[in-house]
Design a protein around this ligand. Structure first.
Ligand SMILES: NC(=O)C1=CN([C@@H]2O[C@H](COP(=O)(O)OP(=O)(O)OC[C@H]3O[C@@H](n4cnc5c(N)ncnc54)[C@H](O)[C@@H]3O)[C@@H](O)[C@H]2O)C=CC1
Ligand SMILES: CC(C)CC(=O)C(=O)O
Ligand SMILES: [Mg+2]
Length: 358
């Protein structure tokens, strides 16, 4: 079959990890007789440099007309002094909004081969970690009203607004319960309902949605406690459903349980089949251009793309198995390196994974 994939390499390590991922997809195409047609488009800092805008209209159009979107990362120090609404990161929010990508799935799985890379106590690590963070992606404080007021009690004030509607919470809660039904049937809803009105609404809507899923055990946790519990005893979590900002923060934390942020993929899903797939990390300016970035998060994001947008389950599994095989052969990028392992760069890791595809 033929599939049209929009690719957005973006900035920093984005182009490096996307390049390896395209090699993996091309090899999958060759083995299974699919044609992946890649159309590269601009977003982020590179788009600002080339067009003056972080998210050109053409990019949105190409993405809307594709079967799926694969993104590296955007942002970097070069653009840090720009006003908030002109920054590269605005492209991400713009794309998520324009494509209606309200559900962000971030699976944190500790591979057996990487147990030594986890910073957790060995008795905790031995039990294995498999958590799915379901993050609301088109609402909350990243999309709320923001601005500045010239006069405040102590001078100029700045504000950002967290707001959620019943409809927004209901659809993300439903996504989380549907996912839990295919897993261990446990949902933890994370909020700050002891303080925030938006969290109180969130909690009441999640309780209502839960009534449609009597087989799923639901509990609630305040976000500060959840941040601590993730380290103390991660096995207590199966599916975590939470708001845009809490999910952003908790998933970076959860990534470390699996060894590195360079391991965690994500799928951002809309109502239909269209989805955007990206590693959860950013553009990592500190290692950009040095062939040091771990491409596995992006390669596993491509596997999620095959599974969720292209319905190629078998091919997705083949990619995931190839990643495991390379890790079992003790190859490591710097972020997951430990004693006795073989250190490889971004490109070598990509080629090793391609070599394991069967
Ligand atoms: N989805 C996106 O495009 C995102 C973009 N950003 C942007 O990226 C820029 C840098 O942000 P940071 O806060 O530094 O977060 P970051 O995720 O880019 O980097 C944090 C740390 O993790 C390391 N790291 C990240 N990905 C890695 C990989 N694949 N392999 C090995 N090490 C990796 C980096 O070297 C750095 O030490 C900023 O402009 C930020 O706004 C941040 C998060 C998400
Ligand atoms: C750069 C932000 C807009 C987003 C972010 O950190 C993320 O989605 O993980
Ligand atoms: Mg983030």
């Amino acid at each position: 079959m033929k599939f049209n994939i929009a690719t957005i390499p973006g900035d920093g390590i984005g182009p490096e990890v996307i390049e390896e991922t395209i090699l993996v997809l091309n090899k999958i195409g060759e083995i299974y007789g699919h044609e992946f047609s890649f159309q590269e488009v601009l977003a982020g800092g590179i788009a600002i440099d080339k067009t003056g805008k972080p998210l050109p209209e053409e990019t949105v159009e190409v993405c809307k007309n594709s079967d799926a979107v694969l993104l590296g990362a955007v942002g970097g120090p070069k653009w840090d002094t720009l006003p908030g609404d002109q920054r590269p990161e605005k492209a991400l929010l713009g794309l998520r909004g324009a494509l209606g990508l309200y559900a962000n799935l971030r699976p944190a799985v500790l591979y057996t081969a990487l147990k030594e890379a986890s910073p957790l106590r060995s008795d905790i690590v031995e039990q294995g970690i498999d958590i799915c963070v379901v993050r609301e992606l088109t609402g909350g404080i990243y999309f709320g009203e923001r601005g500045r007021k010239k006069e405040g009690k102590m001078g100029e004030e700045a504000y950002d607004t967290e707001a959620y509607s019943v409809g927004e919470v209901e659809r993300i809660a439903r996504t989380a319960f549907e996912i839990a039904m295919k897993r261990d049937k446990r949902v933890t809803s994370v909020d700050k309902a002891n303080i925030l009105e938006s969290s109180r609404l969130w909690r009441s809507v999640v309780v209502e949605v839960a009534k449609d899923y009597p087989e799923v055990a639901l509990d609630h946790m305040y976000v500060d406690n959840a941040a601590m519990q993730l380290i103390r005893y991660p096995q207590q979590f199966d599916v975590i459903v939470t708001s845009n900002m809490f999910g952003d923060i908790l998933s970076d934390e959860a990534s470390m349980l699996t060894g590195s942020i360079g391991m965690l993929p994500s799928a951002s899903l809309a109502e239909g089949n269209l989805g955007m797939y990206e590693p959860i990390h950013g553009s990592a300016p500190d290692i950009a251009g040095e062939n040091k970035a771990n491409p596995i998060a992006t390669i596993l994001s491509a596997a999620m793309m095959l599974r969720y947008s292209l319905q190629l389950d078998k091919e997705a599994q083949v990619i995931e198995e190839a990643v495991i095989k390379v890790l079992e052969k003790n190859y490591r990028t710097g972020d997951i390196m430990s004693k006795g392992m073989t250190l490889v760069g971004t490109q070598e890791m990509g080629k090793l994974i391609v070599g394991e595809l069967k």
